[in-house]
Design a protein around this ligand. Structure first.
Ligand code: ADP
Length: 181
């Protein structure tokens, strides 16, 4: 576990299972059809029950680089924000911008809905193949840049599934310079 204060908010890193997090919203690494799948998406639908998929079906889909919000069903978190990160090809097909936009869209939805605490997975770094170090740098700087401005979000918890991913995020968060005013 690691914490860093950014203005009046906290950025935290933990290793664990995002479906167990007691926060206002957890973020899903979804696909653009919102069709469910493996990885964190599968875990969220398994733990949250069919109400989440019913809402996803009604929404119909979500473009890459964007996010949509649904109920959390039977999860401890009342909401799931489904973010669609890019499939990694060569890094030269707009992947960094799309990954950044996916995180920014989650943060914008959280602000709109008055969400105070959110748990976030490492989007695109599983089945979608984004190199973990590059993706972690984008994830952390996008969240920190957001929290440096005026924000009503109090806690952003990155939930890393593997010890290795946790260590990558931890070493980057230690290095990232920031200003607390
Ligand atoms: P993507 O298709 O966006 O790459 P994946 O779900 O395949 O999404 O992987 C994204 C990250 O989520 C990976 O680092 C994977 O290890 C992680 N992950 C898988 N299950 C969970 C879980 N229950 N909680 C948190 N992270 C998870």
């Amino acid at each position: 576990m690691m914490k860093k204060q950014i203005n009046t908010s906290m950025v935290e890193l933990i290793q664990g299972d995002i479906t167990a997090q007691k926060v206002d919203a957890i973020v899903n690494a979804a696909n653009s059809r919102l069709a469910g799948g493996g990885g964190v998406d599968g875990a969220i639908h398994r733990s949250g029950g069919p109400a989440i998929m019913e809402e996803c079906r009604r929404l119909g889909g979500c473009p890459t680089g964007r996010a949509v919000i649904t109920t959390g069903g039977t999860l401890p978190a009342p909401y799931v924000i489904h973010a669609v990160g890019p499939v990694y090809r060569n890094g030269d097909s707009g992947e960094p911008e799309l990954l950044k936009k996916a995180y920014q869209c989650c943060l914008a939805i959280a602000e709109e809905r008055g969400i105070k605490s959110m748990a976030v997975p490492s989007i695109s770094t599983g089945a979608y193949g984004y190199p973990i170090r590059d993706a972690a740098q984008i994830a952390l700087t996008t969240v920190i840049d957001h929290l440096k401005k005026e924000s009503t979000i109090e806690r952003v918890v990155f939930v890393l599934f593997s010890q290795h991913d946790f260590e990558v995020y931890r070493s980057l968060l230690e290095e990232i310079p920031y200003h607390s005013s």
